[in-house]
Design a protein around this ligand. Structure first.
Ligand code: BLA
Length: 316
């Protein structure tokens, strides 16, 4: 039996604030998203037996082309978890990135845990969510199954971490009524708040994982598989992180990281292509539009009511 232990406190740097000489904004020194990933791993181990993923051998540590930035990758699996993986980027120029996600086995219709945080200078961009596996705008049953009881949690953080402004409707369709989509400037208070939101959302995900029952109806498993593949196909093609990754490690390694690690499954869980799932991106010559969004940005405020009902307009 394989056992391992999570390196406790290895990356846990205490966050001290210091004054930025060029402005009066306090900046966080020693801030790192590694404590988020460490928390998630330790917490997961209380609920299930984690095994290292075969991906770990190829994806572990990388340096950017200019040697100034470090990329760290961790990946695991368990009985209900097809892939738990985290990427943290520790940049020299006060850039910190985390992309942490958990993808369920196709026998489970569990949401996909999704935490994406980007800190550049004092700017923070965050998406934290239990991304719905199925469409929560049209499929009421799925929405109620998972999100009804989570609405109080979502409402709490919707106040503390306000809506980040206009967002594309393509992205919005992958978000749940409890999504935390926010932007804020760095401060100890804000980073603490984000960490507590991350811990609460992750604990909520683990609890629904504990309760999840294996689906035995083959047609439903196929449906779970298809929707997870669609999600992976979307993110492997259009995730906002790609441009930065290309700049850091070059086009070829970035493609590998995105398709084989971050969105592993995009080439194995299904055969449909991006153009088949998202035909609106197909151009006359057959190629895929490089645009992130065909619709543009909308939804200046949170488009769900307190009951989790979608109240936005013009979602296509
Ligand atoms: C910005 N990342 C964003 C934005 C969103 C997300 C919504 C704001 C820009 C926009 O409105 O599109 C995240 N979008 C998501 C997520 C989903 C989605 C999670 O559709 C899920 C369905 N981000 C990363 C990684 C990097 C990264 C790994 O996850 C870098 C390596 C960078 N994200 C990044 C940067 C920005 C960003 C630099 C700001 C610049 C930009 O928008 O291009």
């Amino acid at each position: 039996i394989f056992s391992f232990s999570v390196p406790k406190q290895k990356h846990f740097t205490s966050s001290k604030t210091k004054r930025n000489s060029s402005s009066s904004t306090p900046i966080i020194s020693g801030f790192s998203y590694k404590k988020f990933v460490n928390f998630a791993l330790e917490e997961t181990q209380r609920h299930t037996h984690l095994l290292p993923s075969p991906l770990q051998e190829k994806f572990n540590l990388m340096k950017s082309i200019d040697q100034k930035t470090e990329l760290e990758m961790l990946s695991f699996q368990s009985s209900k978890i097809r892939l738990l993986r985290g990427l943290t980027i520790d940049g020299s120029d006060s850039m910190q990135v985390m992309d942490f996600a958990v993808f369920p086995e196709p026998e489970f219709d569990l949401p996909i845990f999704c935490a994406n945080c980007v800190t550049v200078g004092s700017v923070n961009i965050v998406v934290l969510d239990l991304n719905p596996l199925h469409d929560v705008i049209t499929e009421r049953n799925y929405r109620e199954k998972y999100y009804k009881s989570l609405m109080p949690l979502g409402l709490k953080y919707a106040e503390l971490l306000p809506w980040g402004g206009k967002i594309t409707s393509e992205s919005l369709k992958f978000f749940s009524p409890i999504v935390i989509w926010t932007k804020f400037s760095s401060s100890q208070h804000n980073h603490d708040l984000l960490f507590s939101a991350f811990m609460d959302y992750y604990k909520a995900w683990l609890e629904i994982m504990d309760q999840a029952k294996e689906e035995t109806d083959a047609s439903r498993v196929i449906c779970n598989l298809g929707d997870q593949h669609r999600y992976l196909t979307w993110r492997a093609e259009k995730d906002p992180g790609h441009r930065l990754l290309k700049r850091l490690i070059g086009e070829c390694d970035a493609q590998d990281l995105v398709r084989d690690f971050l969105f592993n499954g995009v080439t194995t869980l299904g055969a449909k292509t991006f153009a088949e799932y998202f035909p609106e991106y197909q151009q006359e010559d057959g190629s895929i539009s490089e645009k992130r969004s065909m619709v543009g940005k909308s939804f200046e405020t949170r488009p769900w009511d307190t009951g989790g009902e979608f109240i936005g307009e013009n979602i296509m």
